[in-house]
Write a protein that binds this ligand. Structure first.
Ligand SMILES: Cc1cc2nc3c(=O)[nH]c(=O)nc-3n(C[C@H](O)[C@H](O)[C@H](O)COP(=O)(O)OP(=O)(O)OC[C@H]3O[C@@H](n4cnc5c(N)ncnc54)[C@H](O)[C@@H]3O)c2cc1C
Length: 381
């Protein structure tokens, strides 16, 4: 890896080894069991913290491990993807979307109370933006928080929330002001708050990631739990999305790579008509087309990760990257399934699981259509 890329060095390689050991020891033997149970054990968060995985990219003052670039997160994603489970990444790493607003705009006290125990693997964080009435139109969200002395009284609901059942607190987008983006704030709503209930949702994929609908029935949330100034939440949400989208693209790339690798080794082993499958030109062309799409995605992903580390904000390019990576994943997973034939369709095959999990990456964190609209707007079309 180091020799073939200007972006990666021996520190990234050492980190890759660290993650690989964790995945082999703590994840691969249990992943099927967690998928069936439709949740991850809390213990896994503690183990991931002990292995130094949850802390990457967060400030040291709050238990994080500061790194100079996003390549560590890409390496982490690639190695976790070897489980073939998007649910594992979504749920184990839900703090990656639930905690940054606290770290970027929260108070010192909020960072100590909420962010630190998450990075230690003791607490689980989630992010709640999407509502039953709609997810794409974030500026129009309806969950209302009305000020009453030192508290906000919150009513409304959120849906499709990753880690929503297990989370100890939820970074929740609420309406504290008037209509539109200028009336949105972020509140930390804690499990156990009277009036806060949740129900699990069943999904096509991401089984081991618990997903929930959350209900807030006149929940009293301390004003001290507001992240940043009142009515300034929309910008924090948008900044969060930029990073989330790069990481979703990294996931799409990493899962596409697993599909490619599994179909390549299967094509080498499988004998049909008296010769290995790979000796058929049509199969070799499929594999080369997969590889070509992988190389294109990785080139764009690494370049944008490099630009973000230089404090650039290439929003249009990030939107296009998310679409490129997810389109390529859909195509590669489909072709990998074809190469594996019936074996790919069976439960327990990584390709089968990944194939079921392609769609969620084209929807979550900003759908394909919304990505195109945003990119067009950014480019002045
Ligand atoms: C498994 C899973 C986990 C998730 N985890 C979280 C989470 O942790 N936190 C969270 O807040 N949300 C989460 N989401 C929600 C996700 O972000 C939303 O599903 C997504 O933003 C789309 O919102 P929606 O589903 O309400 O679709 P809608 O906004 O209702 O859109 C429906 C369809 O119409 C299209 N569309 C909408 N508006 C336009 C337009 N103007 N022009 C063209 N097409 C349009 C969309 O692209 C989409 O295809 C999760 C979703 C899933 C499936």
């Amino acid at each position: 890896m180091t020799a073939s890329s200007p972006y990666y060095n021996s520190d990234h390689d050492a980190f890759r080894e660290q993650v690989r050991r964790f995945v082999e020891r703590e994840c691969l033997p249990y992943i099927e069991q967690w998928e069936k149970a439709e949740e991850l054990p809390r213990e896994l968060h503690r183990k991931a913290a002990e292995a130094g995985l949850l802390q990457i990219g967060f400030p040291e003052a709050y238990g994080g491990t500061e790194v100079p670039d996003l390549f560590y997160m890409i390496v982490l994603t690639e190695e976790l993807a070897r489980t073939g489970s998007g649910g594992l990444i979504a749920s184990l790493m839900s703090h990656g979307i639930g905690t940054p607003p606290i770290v970027h705009t929260g108070t010192h006290e909020q960072k100590l109370r909420f962010a630190k125990p998450v990075l230690e693997g003791e607490k689980i964080a989630a992010l709640a933006i999407t509502e039953p009435g709609g997810g794409s139109d974030v500026a129009n969200l309806k969950t209302r928080a009305v000020r009453d002395g030192d508290h906000y009284v919150v009513s409304g609901s959120k849906t499709f929330i990753t880690s929503g059942m297990r989370a100890d607190f939820i970074t929740t987008a609420v309406r504290t002001g008037g209509d539109g983006m200028g009336g949105v704030s972020l509140l930390l709503i804690e499990a156990g708050t009277p009036g806060f209930t949740r129900t699990p949702l069943q999904k096509m994929g991401w089984w081991c990631s618990d997903t929930a609908t959350l209900y807030f029935d006149n929940c009293r949330v301390p004003v001290a739990n507001r992240i940043g100034p009142e009515n300034a939440g929309f910008m924090a949400i948008m900044l969060n999305f930029n990073n989330e989208r790069i990481m979703l693209a990294a996931q799409a790339y990493a899962f596409a790579k697993v599909c490619y690798e599994d179909s390549l080794s299967y094509a080498r082993e499988r004998q049909t008509f008296g010769k290995p499958l790979i000796r058929n030109q049509v199969i070799r062309h499929k594999l080369i087309d997969m590889r070509m799409k992988l190389e294109a995605t990785k080139a764009s992903l690494d370049l944008l990760a490099w630009r973000v580390a230089r404090k650039q904000m290439p929003i249009a390019e990030v939107c296009m990257l998310k679409n490129l990576a997810t389109e390529n994943l859909e195509w590669i997973a489909g072709e990998a399934m074809q190469v594996l034939g019936g074996a790919g369709y069976l439960r327990g095959s990584r390709v089968e699981r990944i194939y079921r999990e392609t769609k969620v990456l084209t929807i979550g964190g900003g759908s394909r259509e919304i990505m195109k609209d945003l990119a067009a707007k950014q480019l002045g079309y």
